[in-house]
Ligand binder design. Sequence first.
Ligand code: GTP
Ligand code: MG
Length: 227
Amino acid sequence: MILERPNVINLRKLQAQLGGLKNRPDIDQLSKMIKMFQLYQAGQKEISTKLENLDSEFQVNYDYNPIHHMESRMKDVQSLLQKAERKGYELTVESIEKNIYDIAGIRVITNYVDDIYKIEKMLTKQSDVTLLRRKDYVKHPKVSGYRSLHIVVKVPVFQAEGPIDVPVEIQIRTVGMDMWASLEHKLRYKTNVDKKLVDQYGDQLQGYADELEKIERGMQDIHQNLI
Ligand code: GTP
Ligand code: MG
């Protein structure tokens, strides 16, 4: 049996690591932020469980799983504060809660394009899940060729004092879209790639995004005809 020991966060050490920030939060604010992270992580678990349950129910009813796999991640304190600073928000818990919605994130990788919308519908019609934001880059891809459905939902987390609503960002995309986004991300974020090559590969990837779309639609049609 493996027992996982939770990370103990040392607030002073953490504060020291945040030296690069212009307005470094004090220990009191940082301690509030750590509590906020615990809450957001609980919200992320609530949504992950809901998605797993929906996938299992689908398997029983239709002998098929819409979800290929899921990944979840929490933004770390450092990149959260850097993002807040970059966007010009105050580095307090109140301001971060009001303005930043991707502290808790889940990526859902589906088998086919239609599964993206099935999952969104099944999740958002649950009575304790509320849709806060929605960006459909599947119907309206980015110029880069990036496709994915981004939604932010809020879900109540039951604390000792009562329920608190927590936002969770969910990116839903197919296996093909995920493969494309991983490679394109590598191209954009690798700093040592020649600018000319970045442009050339960028164009190439943009073309592949269209081709992938056609292939995925075609494969979905075959799959549907086989049900
Ligand atoms: P921020 O979250 O504040 O950056 O802005 P936003 O919410 O307007 O961003 P957006 O909806 O574009 O989604 C941000 C996330 O989507 C990024 O962290 C990436 O994971 C992903 N993403 C968005 N655009 C692209 C893209 O062109 N290529 C790749 N590979 N990923 C992208
Ligand atoms: Mg975002």
